[in-house]
Design a protein around this ligand. Structure first.
Ligand SMILES: Cc1ncc(COP(=O)(O)O)c(C=O)c1O
Length: 347
């Protein structure tokens, strides 16, 4: 039985072209700046997102941390959404390792922050207050249904924040999904942020790695902070080679993941015992809630697994299914069959 693993796009495996590029990669010591493949990847990534420079980091979590550390001093405050990945899923690193205070404002259901709430959260000059040093956005927004924010939506937050002299960091783990869904060049979405982190190892299928990008001066600081948190890798070109393939060959096909997610969402609509979350489906994520008392969420999840389908659990009956490379449209129909059997037999 083929396992249809919809837990995350992080389960994607490197493609044959990636494995070949990894095998053939020219290598050197990247901490000394001498890995030609890493240097190529960094130049390519900077060019793709329209920034002066970029830096290869082992993970999205480290990328966000390194950017936050590079924008802030200990004792500063960072404003971010209360559903932000950085707030919920990154082990409190900004506070623990950066000595920073996190100030959350509520995310709207589509992942937006209400601009006025962000402006109101910015601290004025007062002996009692920590200074506001950074605002973070996320696009696509993971916990808010993989919604893609438009340039206008992002600008409605970015521009007033920057007018107040505060930089904006974008957690763009899936920024290429956003660009493909909105049919814009990714540079449009990154134009007005000061730094961006994006992942190579999710929908783009590289086995490891994320990029951070910004001004040359910012990336110099980020490189030092990456070293400080142990992210200086040596012959990292063996991994970066897959990242180059990710950026050159794997972006356009994300459109297939998005259309598969819509097929999945439409198929789940109206299935008894399940409620589709009303995020709408813009990219590769479908959220739904189990609304029956005939089985518990863990029972539902194991029944589905026995049928060969894996989904992610977000608590309180909410599940997430993510489409990605290796999941074809026929797999979505097979998965829907499994959902139907589980719901008919148990619900
Ligand atoms: C929006 C977002 N940001 C950051 C990350 C962290 O990436 P990593 O798992 O590579 O640390 C993730 C991971 O799923 C994510 O969804």
């Amino acid at each position: 039985m083929k396992i249809i693993d919809l837990r995350s796009d992080t389960v994607t495996l490197p493609t044959p072209a990636m494995r070949k590029a990894m095998y053939e990669a020219e290598l050197g010591d990247d901490v000394m700046g001498e890995d030609p493949t890493v240097n190529r990847l960094e130049a390519l990534a900077a060019e793709k997102v329209g920034k002066e420079a970029a830096l290869y980091v082992p993970s999205g979590t480290m990328g966000n941390l390194v950017c936050i550390l590079s924008h802030c001093q200990r004792g500063d405050e960072v404003i971010l959404g209360d559903q932000a990945h950085t707030f919920i899923f990154e082990v409190g690193a900004a506070s623990v390792l950066g000595g920073l205070q996190v100030h959350t404002v509520p995310n709207e259901p589509n992942g937006m922050l209400v601009p006025q709430n962000v402006i109101d959260a910015i601290r004025g000059e007062n002996v009692h207050f920590p200074p506001t040093a950074l605002v973070c956005l996320e696009n696509t927004h993971n916990k808010c249904g993989g919604w893609a924010l438009t340039l206008e939506q992002m600008d409605s937050v970015c521009l007033p924040v920057k007018e107040r002299g505060i930089p904006v960091h974008l957690d763009g783990a899936r920024i290429f999904n956003a660009a493909v869904a909105l049919e814009v060049d990714v540079k449009e979405l990154t134009r007005n942020v000061d730094s961006v982190m994006f992942c190579l190892s999710k929908g783009l299928c590289a086995p490891v790695g994320s990029m951070v990008a910004g001004s040359e001066e910012f990336i110099r600081r980020a490189r030092k902070n990456r070293k400080m948190v142990g992210g200086g890798m040596r012959q990292a070109g063996v991994l970066a080679a897959a990242g180059i393939v990710a950026l050159t060959e794997m972006v356009d096909r994300l459109v297939d993941d998005h259309s598969n997610a819509r097929v999945l969402a439409d198929g789940l609509e109206g299935m008894e015992g399940l409620r589709r979350e009303q995020h709408g489906v813009r990219t590769n994520m479908v959220f739904f809630t189990l609304v029956t008392d005939r089985m518990t969420p863990p029972e539902f999840r194991s029944a589905l697994e026995e049928e060969g389908v894996k989904v992610g659990y977000y608590g309180k009956g909410v599940f997430r299914a993510v489409t990605h490379h290796g999941i074809e449209q026929e797999d979505i129909h097979l998965a829907l069959g499994a959902f139907r059997r589980v719901m008919q037999e148990r619900a």
